[in-house]
Design a protein around this ligand. Structure first.
Ligand SMILES: Cc1ncc(COP(=O)(O)O)c(C=O)c1O
Length: 421
């Protein structure tokens, strides 16, 4: 759900020393990681739990002997904790898998028999390809696709454009909660209301949202909601949430004796990865501790309120500088406002190839990157593909204002050096 602006007096300040102390990769301070939308650093407790699972309970779950019982309990606890982290009403709604791309493919495959030739699915041209390509394979079944386009003039989306695409044959709309290029938070609850008013369902890609705001799948209004833990301070692992009754309707992807009611196992063919599931409990415990350690949803929400306030300050530091530069074009909104954006900021510099500038920053040990970030349709639609796409700086709550200042100084130098040649 889109976070409402909070009066800062109600938001706990982020304890950055505590935060940074939780990430071993940040300890030396030698590197500035600003490619977090590509993959974030990992919490110590996550890595330790993955190792501990493998070293102490690495047996098949579901048997009667004690170690297997312990392993079973750990995986069940992981599912329950992830359910709390995302606001799911029951752990069975939590489908675990290797990546968002694969879970989207699983979902499209498991939904195939619900869709008849002539049924319509709406995808966007502003999503990451993971929430477009897997759906397009349903063309083979006669499903008709419509594209909800971003408006290039304003670099923004308009719900009127989605409304115009909806028809009595629309079965599904697939849209991102937050763009991994623009950093803009889309009004998912409003989109869900529109989609449901037309009797269709909504599938949301929350990969670029979940590292920054408390996920609340029920409040989002979505029917399916997917994101990856390696962007949320954990391992290469992902979650697909679906409303329980929708999951029951899906075709099974596992053996024939996993019946329709075997949710979520029928959607986790070959079993899920137990050690990574157990590792992910560390993410939930971290945000719980950050939010006061009360072990409930409120703690998670308090933690992300603090995260959002700090992120807004990071965004403002960078955007403030970018706004003041003549030859720099920020892609999308230049406002730092936490209710409408996360600190993922993309831009282009006049007269400079994006790759050249990013590479000039490598010796400074600042990790940023250039390109289309697998949102190729968006980059092409906005006419940004030439010159190696855009430069993206994607910050998260463990970054500091000092790191942003280092980036600004290095970028300024790289631009001036390039201009002099
Ligand atoms: C917005 C968005 N959606 C989906 C994905 C794909 O996630 P995964 O690598 O887990 O398949 C990414 C990865 O960068 C992403 O940024």
């Amino acid at each position: 759900m889109t976070a409402m602006p909070q009066p800062d007096s109600e938001v706990r300040p982020l304890d950055l020393d505590f935060v940074r102390g939780q990430f071993p990769a940040l300890e030396s301070g030698r590197w500035t990681y600003f490619d977090n939308a590509g993959g974030s650093q990992v919490l110590r407790r996550v890595a330790e739990r993955v190792a501990d699972y493998m070293l102490t309970t690495s047996v098949q779950t579901g048997a009667s002997y004690a170690v297997s019982q312990q392993a079973t309990a750990r995986v069940a606890e992981a599912r329950a904790k992830i359910a709390r982290f995302i606001g799911a009403t029951r752990p069975e709604e939590v489908v675990l898998g290797p990546s968002t791309t694969i879970l989207m493919r699983f979902l499209a495959t498991a939904m195939a028999s619900q869709l008849q030739p002539g049924d319509e699915v709406i995808v966007t041209d502003f999503d990451h390809e993971s929430n477009i390509g897997p759906w397009l394979m349903l063309k083979e079944r006669g499903v008709v696709f419509k594209i909800w386009s971003i408006r290039p003039e304003s670099v923004s989306i308009d719900l009127a454009d989605l409304k115009a695409l909806m028809s009595p044959r629309t079965r599904l709309v697939c849209v991102t909660h937050c763009s991994n290029i623009l950093g803009v938070i889309n009004p998912i609850a409003e989109i869900a209301a529109l989609v449901h008013a037309h009797g269709a369902r909504l599938c949301v890609d929350a990969v670029a949202y979940a590292p920054h705001r408390a996920v609340d799948v029920v409040a989002s209004g979505a029917d399916y909601y997917v994101f990856s833990f390696y962007k949320v301070y954990g391992p290469h692992f992902a979650v697909l949430w679906g409303r329980y009754e929708h999951l029951l309707e899906l075709d099974g992807l596992y053996h024939y004796f996993y019946g329709r009611d075997k949710v979520p196992m029928k959607l986790e063919p070959g079993n899920t990865n137990y050690e990574l599931a157990w590792g992910c409990t560390g993410i939930v415990d971290y945000f719980d501790e950050l939010g006061g350690g009360t072990g409930d949803r409120a703690a998670i929400e308090r933690a992300f309120d603090a995260v959002a306030a700090h992120e807004e300050a990071l965004s403002e530091r960078l955007l403030g500088w970018l706004r003041g530069q003549n030859g720099i074009r920020v892609i999308g909104s230049t406002r730092a406002d936490r209710a409408t954006r996360v600190p993922t900021i993309a831009f282009k510099v006049d007269g400079h190839d994006s790759a050249e500038l990013v590479r000039a920053l490598d010796p400074h040990r600042i990790g940023i990157r250039f390109g289309d970030f697998h949102s190729r349709r968006l980059i092409e639609r906005l006419g940004l593909a030439d010159g190696n796409g855009v430069i993206r700086v994607s910050m998260v709550h463990y970054n500091t204002i000092g790191e942003v200042d280092r980036l600004i100084a290095a970028l300024d130098e790289a631009i001036k050096t390039g201009d002099a040649h």
